[in-house]
Design a binder for this molecule. Structure first.
Ligand code: ADP
Ligand code: TRP
Length: 314
């Protein structure tokens, strides 16, 4: 029996944090044997935010290294750059013609940007159509993501449905995979961990950075338990172990932070070392991306032909 298909990706917008890892990236690794997996570097999505050649190049290579360092196996998973597969932007255009402006105006990301009175690019407004194309070109069954991407998967399903109703059953409706325990990983201030809130623990942080971040966790407490420290600690240890530790050290915030720091360091050190090792052979990484791009193009190209036939242009 053929495997079900997984597609996901992250934007190359800077260093990933443990929220990205536990919320999404870890699932790519955990599911890579069970699914036929496609994992993208969403560089055209990132272009809405990163408009510097040097930064873009560094970030793309960065995500490729991150993927390999956390354990994605390029023999099993097609790892590729979105921009290497022009079918994505082409299909996004087709979807643009089926989608209405009022529908896209209801998207959270657009509403948030609007609330902040930002000068919103057309690319930001259209973001969900490119993401729908990313997913639907591969007939993905599942899309592992964090909670904040849930609406994008719903939009993808709506778009597929609308296409199918108009042109016939061509597109497969995907499901999200969002794990409850890590759907929204909190940051050092207790809010959702996010690059834009400056409350992150970078996934490949140095020991110094880790110390600074952990010691800086805001210690709002309830019954002697520093909630933000505890919530983060849950990512690294079972609740059973934590309960006895936090009871034993009730009210001793510094010691509890030190215990968390030890656990985070034990988790991050080998990842950081693996990434440093991979960095020594960049040509291997670029070759892997090239090969992934070829594989992705073959799959997406044939789906796009099917789509173009269905709409009557081929
Ligand atoms: P950021 O909000 O830090 O810019 P991205 O938008 O690059 O993160 O998200 C990449 C992936 O990580 C997405 O699947 C997103 O849902 C997930 N993610 C981001 N932040 C968190 C978080 N705090 N908890 C769980 N998942 C997250
Ligand atoms: N929008 C996603 C994020 O901000 C990144 C992304 C782009 C993606 N295309 C995708 C995720 C397709 C899953 C599937 O994190």
């Amino acid at each position: 029996m053929s495997k079900k298909i997984l597609l996901s990706g992250v934007k190359p917008t800077g260093r990933p944090h443990i929220g990205n890892y536990f919320g999404a990236m870890k699932q790519f690794v955990d599911l890579q044997n069970e699914y036929e997996a496609y994992v993208m570097i969403a560089d055209y999505h990132a272009l809405n935010l990163i408009q510097s050649k040097k930064e873009m190049e560094e970030n793309i290579l960065g995500v490729a290294l991150d993927y390999l360092a956390i354990g994605l196996d390029p023999e099993k998973v097609t790892i590729f750059k979105q921009s290497d597969v022009s079918a994505h932007t082409e299909l996004a255009w087709i979807f643009d013609t089926l989608t209405t402006m009022p529908y896209l105006m209801r998207a959270h990301a657009f509403k948030d940007a609007e609330a902040k009175n930002k000068d919103i690019s057309v690319g930001t407004f259209n973001y969900p159509m490119l993401m729908a194309a990313d997913i639907l070109l591969y007939d993905a069954d599942v899309v592992p993501v964090g909670q904040d991407q849930k609406q994008h998967i719903e939009i993808t399903r709506d778009t597929a449905q609308k296409f199918n109703n108009t042109f016939g059953e061509v597109l497969k409706l995907p499901e999200h995979i969002i794990l409850d325990e890590v759907a929204v990983v909190p940051g050092t201030d207790g809010q959702k961990m996010s690059k834009s809130y400056k409350n992150t623990i970078p996934l490949f942080a140095t020991d110094d950075e880790l110390e600074k971040a952990v010691m800086g966790i805001v210690t709002d407490s309830s019954a002697g338990i520093p909630i933000n420290v505890y919530e983060m600690h849950k990512l690294f240890r079972s609740e059973e172990e934590l309960k006895s530790l936090y009871r034993e050290k009730e009210g001793k915030y510094k010691e509890l932070k030190e215990a968390l720091l030890t656990d985070i360091k034990a988790f991050i050190t080998p990842l950081r070392e693996k990434r440093a090792e991979l960095e020594k052979d960049i040509s291997y990484v670029t070759k892997m991306l090239e090969e992934g791009g070829l594989r992705a193009n073959a799959v997406a190209g044939s789906k796009l032909s099917q789509i173009k036939k269905a709409i009557g242009v081929l």
